[in-house]
Write a protein that binds this ligand. Sequence first.
Ligand code: G3H
Ligand code: 13P
Ligand code: NA
Ligand code: ZN
Length: 325
Amino acid sequence: GLVNSVELFKKAIKGGYAVPAYNFNNMEQMQAIVQACVETKSPVIMQVSSGARKYANQNLLRNMARGAVEYAHELGYDVPIVLHLDHGDSYELCKDCIESGFSSVMIDGSHLSYEENVELTKKVCEFAHSRKDYVTVEGELGVLAGVEDDVSSEHSHYTEPSEVEDFVGRTGVDSLAISIGTSHGRTKFKPEQCTRDANGILIPPPLRFDILEEIEKRIPGFPIVLHGASSVPIEYVKMIEKYGGSLKDSVGIPEEQLRKAAKSAVCKINIDSDGRLAMTAMIRKVFAEKPEEFDPRKYLGPARDELKKMYMHKNINVLGSAGQA
Ligand code: G3H
Ligand code: 13P
Ligand code: NA
Ligand code: ZN
């Protein structure tokens, strides 16, 4: 069955890698995730956002994740699969997901005052941890730039290292999402924050590894989570634009930075946007090259294959989770 993230994070901290957390909204994404993680023998966290719940229905997604466990078995390798609520915004939502069978939840109180965040996160932990099957809880300190689901944050700020020990101690969270310069979506930095290479490609400023180090000193060995960790691969951006799309000022987190993060206490890395780019790039290509095609399987199939290829690359070359299941 589905597992919580306790053992996966213990192993990831020890082994110096990060467990992939991939968002899914539909069957093709679920299949690509499972195929890639079975083939690379990687543990995986399949996560459901509020947007996903609205789009696809929470119960359908939950049953798809249960099906994913059987699907992995059928493909020949039982990789551990976590079903995680991404950016839960209330106690009620977390409770509902836990009662319906999610093995892990995030309560995102990062937009609240510190004390309100502590109180809300603690309440979710008390419920999640009292279950017969212990459900893991991710909290967040610090505000990422841009938009976190419906919770838009006008003023982003980095995680304050002096708060983490108190937060973790008082709430009982199992992992902590932090803000060190990543953000959600395909435009992670404003062009004026970046430099440009000879080809005019945007080069983003580095993540604040100094803050991460400060955090690690205060809570040694505690599992850290990185949201907004898509790389926004230039090949996909170019492919989408070649076939009629427009993705001005796209810029993500360079793979080298994520490789470095994965070796640290960062043991969960969230990736959604890159999957959207991979699917869209391939679907646009099929439509451009085969205008007569109208069977959804003929464009969703190639998109699924491209997505799988990308997830395998992440597991093998970026997160280091391949071979760890
Ligand atoms: O954290 C944001 C994720 O990329 C999910 O986004 O709410 O559009 O599904 P979504
Ligand atoms: P990206 O937009 O960088 O893929 O981030 C996804 C995320 O953090 C989901 O919680
Ligand atoms: Na790690
Ligand atoms: Zn996120």
